[in-house]
Design a protein around this ligand. Structure first.
Ligand SMILES: C[S@@+](CC[C@H](N)C(=O)[O-])C[C@H]1O[C@@H](n2cnc3c(N)ncnc32)[C@H](O)[C@@H]1O
Length: 378
């Protein structure tokens, strides 16, 4: 595994993914990061106006450009933690200002470097936000794998900002260059997606970067059928997304408290909004936390962890996050406490739970999913 990110001016950074013990054969930067840095070495750009770096995965761009005191905007807590850890490893003091994905964008940036987000919904949100602060001197360079840049992607840049062209492919990456047109009216931010939660009077609101933002996830629907009712205690909605599991846990368990945890700022903001708008009386029983799994949460402090685990993070498809979630759940559960999860049938989570907890039980199954329960034994 290569940990040496080459800098065009000479030298290199040592970069790891976060957490450091879980590299899983994945590099902490991609060819688009290198391409952006090589491109900048040949370009003039305004150093007086703010430099803004958006969606930097593990800090490659931020650390390579730290001397310009960039604004760094990300939706991902894991990306923030990776940046901090890599800064420390390279002996770099933070010169950058972190902004979460819902924060106001800096006015009139000179240069914006954008790693293409996973979904067009998030891209549209970010291009619309940029259209509202761009000045006449603003230039945008976006980078991604060439296979992820489609004609429709480029149309979005033109629609929201202005004239756009692309580079040649290099190491299977491509750059997008865009000069926002000052004559174009700023675009309104795309509205939240909202849908009724079946069988309830609730409406679920979703920010741009949400998992299953257009409808209820079918795994979540299955787990909702098997949520406990009328139990007291401290529950956690781990990887809460829009918070649909925790919201229903609060509704069905009037004595319980729920902590909503996700690594995405937009997810936690959506979960908070969904509770405020649908079940405001339960707000005193809820906590919200942007976190990598259950990092830093006290051991033996929860009675039930609900989880619909992700199978990708930062563009990479992997089950190490699910594993980390199970390990953290075991630590945070009290003895006798339970992890209740939904998973695709074809994943071997039964074995993972058996290995970790020494027990697991199939609570229910259908053609696609299983609901599994593991108990933390004394
Ligand atoms: C499959 S979705 C489930 C969302 C929601 N609970 C549902 O059932 O519809 C998994 C969620 O895990 C979150 N996630 C991914 N990596 C995470 C991590 N390291 N720590 C906390 N949450 C994470 C994702 O942002 C996503 O919202």
């Amino acid at each position: 595994m290569n940990h040496h990110f080459p800098l065009p001016q000479g030298g290199e950074l040592i970069l790891h993914r976060y957490p450091r013990h879980a590299q899983h054969g994945l590099q902490a930067w991609d060819a688009a990061d290198e391409y952006i840095m090589n491109e900048l070495a040949t370009q003039e750009w305004s150093r007086e106006a703010p430099l803004l770096i958006v969606n930097d995965g593990c800090g490659a761009l931020t650390l390579a450009l730290h001397q310009h005191s960039p604004y760094v905007m990300t939706d991902s807590r894991v990306a923030e933690l990776a940046l901090n850890a890599n800064a420390l490893d390279n002996g770099l003091e933070p010169t950058w200002q972190l902004l979460d994905s819902l924060a106001p964008w800096p006015e009139q940036p000179g240069l914006v470097l954008l790693k293409l987000p996973k979904t067009n919904a998030m891209l549209e949100y970010q291009l619309a936000a940029l259209s509202r602060v761009a000045g006449p001197q603003t230039r945008l360079i976006a980078g991604a794998k060439a296979k992820d840049i489609h004609g429709s992607t480029l149309k979005l840049f033109e629609q929201y900002l202005g004239p756009t062209h692309t580079s040649l492919a290099w190491k299977k990456a491509r750059l997008i260059f865009c000069a926002p047109d000052p004559a174009k009216a700023p675009a309104p931010l795309p509205p939240l997606l909202a849908w009724p939660l079946e069988g309830t009077g609730f409406t679920i609101y979703n920010h741009a970067n949400l998992f299953s933002r257009a409808s209820l996830d079918i795994g979540a629907r299955f787990l909702l059928e098997h949520l406990p009712a009328d139990r007291p205690g401290r529950m956690i909605d781990l990887g809460c997304g829009n918070g649909v599991l925790g919201l229903m846990a609060l509704a069905r368990n009037p004595q319980a408290q729920v902590s909503f945890v996700d690594e995405s700022h937009m997810a936690v903001a959506s979960a908070r909004m969904n509770l405020e708008r649908n079940l405001p009386a339960a707000e005193p029983r809820a906590r919200f936390m942007v976190n990598n799994c259950l990092e830093g949460m006290a051991p033996d402090s929860a009675d039930l962890v609900l989880c619909n685990p992700p199978f990708h993070q930062q563009q990479a498809i992997t089950d190490h996050i699910a594993w980390q979630m199970f390990v953290d759940a075991k630590r945070v559960l009290r003895r006798g406490g339970e992890l209740l999860l939904v998973a695709n049938r074809h994943l071997d989570y039964h074995q993972k739970l058996k290995r970790l907890f020494g027990n697991q039980r199939v609570v229910a199954s259908n053609r696609k999913f299983v609901i599994l329960r593991a108990i933390k034994t004394p």
